[in-house]
Design a binder for this molecule. Structure first.
Ligand code: AR6
Length: 174
């Protein structure tokens, strides 16, 4: 388990993995934050493919090619907008991770990088989101032996520190 989870500080668009996850919005037509960065690097072909997908409901995920990214695939998922915690935000965020894992299994992908979904523009509290990301990932890895590497890509120190301390609770040291 331990050696299948990695935490790095950096830019997800630079990750050398088979698939990177995008924290997109329901339109899948691009935006700011990590979504903007992914579209900028992938190039206009990504937007063209996304247009054909006709959006994506919150908590679900759709896969596209990575075009000019080092990653061959982009898993587009849509996290919940934080509205105080009583609108099933936790459930929807957990579902994002589950939907991404289902696509890894379906496409036999062994390496993936995740951003901290919903914790930027969508304002999901970082500590709470990190717990969900880590719990879902560990539950998945317990039942899946095929996936070799799941990387949490943290854009800054603060995000990085939350992931490291959450993983410590499972005796996983980075
Ligand atoms: N690599 C890794 N992480 C990044 C990068 C990057 N290049 N850029 C930002 N982050 P956000 P959300 C971090 O706002 O909260 C978009 O406009 C960022 O610091 O990108 O799910 C979409 O189109 C934060 O920790 O996604 C939607 O409308 C995390 O990624 C909306 O924002 C998520 O922040 C989605 O909001």
């Amino acid at each position: 388990m331990t050696n299948r989870i990695e935490v790095v500080q950096g830019d997800i668009t630079k990750q050398q993995v088979e698939a990177i996850v995008n924290a997109a919005n329901n339109s899948l037509l691009g935006g700011g934050g990590v979504d903007g960065a992914i579209h900028r690097v992938a190039g206009p072909e990504l937007l063209k493919e996304c247009r054909k997908l006709k959006g994506c409901p919150t908590g679900e995920a759709k896969i596209t090619r990575g075009y000019r990214l080092p990653a061959k695939w982009v898993i587009q998922t849509v996290g919940p907008i934080w509205r105080g915690g009583n609108y099933k935000e936790d459930e929807y965020l957990a579902k994002c991770y589950q939907s991404c894992f289902a696509l890894l299994e379906k496409h036999l992908l062994k390496t993936v990088a995740f951003p901290s979904i919903s914790t930027g523009a969508y304002r999901f509290p970082l500590e709470r989101a990190t717990k969900i990301a880590v719990t879902e990932t560990i539950n998945f890895l317990k039942r899946n032996n095929f996936v070799k590497k799941i990387i949490f890509v943290c854009f800054n120190n603060r995000v990085y520190d939350y992931y490291v301390s959450e993983l410590k609770k499972y005796s996983i040291s980075i």
